[in-house]
Design a binder for this molecule. Structure first.
Ligand SMILES: Nc1ncnc2c1ncn2[C@@H]1O[C@H](COP(=O)(O)OP(=O)(O)O)[C@@H](O)[C@H]1O
Ligand SMILES: [Mg+2]
Length: 252
């Protein structure tokens, strides 16, 4: 039998994502922690067990010396591609984006780490944070109620795939936690702000309305999630924006 063709979807610093027949393979670079690969597969399989429309895990294995996860390939177009290709439908696609995020947060995330614990760990690990800001952030964080809603942790339009029949699936679950929907929305808002501040504001209003969560409550999470994102920030512009968000915790 002839080997199946590999179609590269995306190449990133830490991995290559490709399609091979009906499987989507995420092959990580050799330096990537093996436990991180198993952790992503574990989280994804838990999400699958909740009944969330997601790509099922097919395998974790070493391919040419690199640890790789195999998932069902979802045939379709990401919401990010659709937003770019169908500007006339932009508002409807943004609504769909928010509807899917609200639908995801209705699942109870049994067995996933709590958002509060993950964020506390991130804040404690930040090397250059002044102690008073760290204290304010942790006080704020521990004042939040602990919820058990499914939070994706990187809910952005590139991680939602729409099939031709209109059904959807969410991918890329490595950052998922059990927690507060408002924290997940704060993360999405920050990500969108970096791309397009106007779109971020529009998203926030729409999300608040559809989820029935006050904008102020989502904003309360922003300094906390901004601190978590700081360690991953790639550009100086990104760092400056996140630092601005973090400093809000100082004078409120
Ligand atoms: N199971 C899948 N089926 C089809 N396409 C996928 C699947 N998983 C990921 N993709 C596509 O590959 C892209 C990158 O994969 P993703 O898991 O989001 O990794 P990254 O961490 O690089 O964002 C996604 O934005 C999506 O377009
Ligand atoms: Mg992704």
């Amino acid at each position: 039998m002839a080997a199946k063709k590999k179609e590269i979807i995306i190449e990133r610093a830490n991995k290559t994502v490709y399609r091979e027949g009906d499987v989507l393979v995420k092959a990580f670079v050799k330096e990537h922690e093996k436990s991180g690969v198993f952790n992503e597969a574990h989280i994804t399989s838990l999400v699958e067990s909740f009944g969330v429309p997601a790509a099922a895990v097919r395998f974790v294995k070493e391919i040419d010396g690199k640890w790789a996860i195999g998932l069902d390939f979802i045939e379709g177009e990401s919401l990010a591609e659709k937003m770019k290709n169908e500007p006339e439908n932009f508002d409807a696609l943004l609504e769909q984006f928010v509807d899917i995020q609200v639908a995801v947060s209705r699942f109870k995330a049994v067995g996933l780490r709590n958002t509060v614990d993950k964020r506390a760990e991130e804040i404690n690990a930040l090397p250059d944070l002044d102690p008073s800001t760290r204290y304010e952030l942790l006080q704020r964080l521990h004042g939040m109620k602990r919820h058990t809603k499914l939070c994706h942790g990187d809910f952005n339009p590139s991680n939602i795939i729409i099939r031709e029949d209109g059904s959807w699936a969410v991918v890329d679950w490595s950052h998922a936690t059990a927690g507060n929907a408002g924290a997940d929305a704060a993360l999405t808002y920050l990500e969108l702000t970096l791309q397009d501040p106007e779109l971020a504001e529009k998203y926030l209003k729409l999300y608040s309305r559809k989820s029935d969560i006050a904008i102020q409550y989502i904003q309360n999470w922003m300094p906390i999630v901004a601190a978590g994102q700081l360690a991953k920030a790639k550009t100086e512009e990104e760092k400056a924006l996140l630092a601005r968000w973090i400093s809000i915790a100082d004078y409120e």
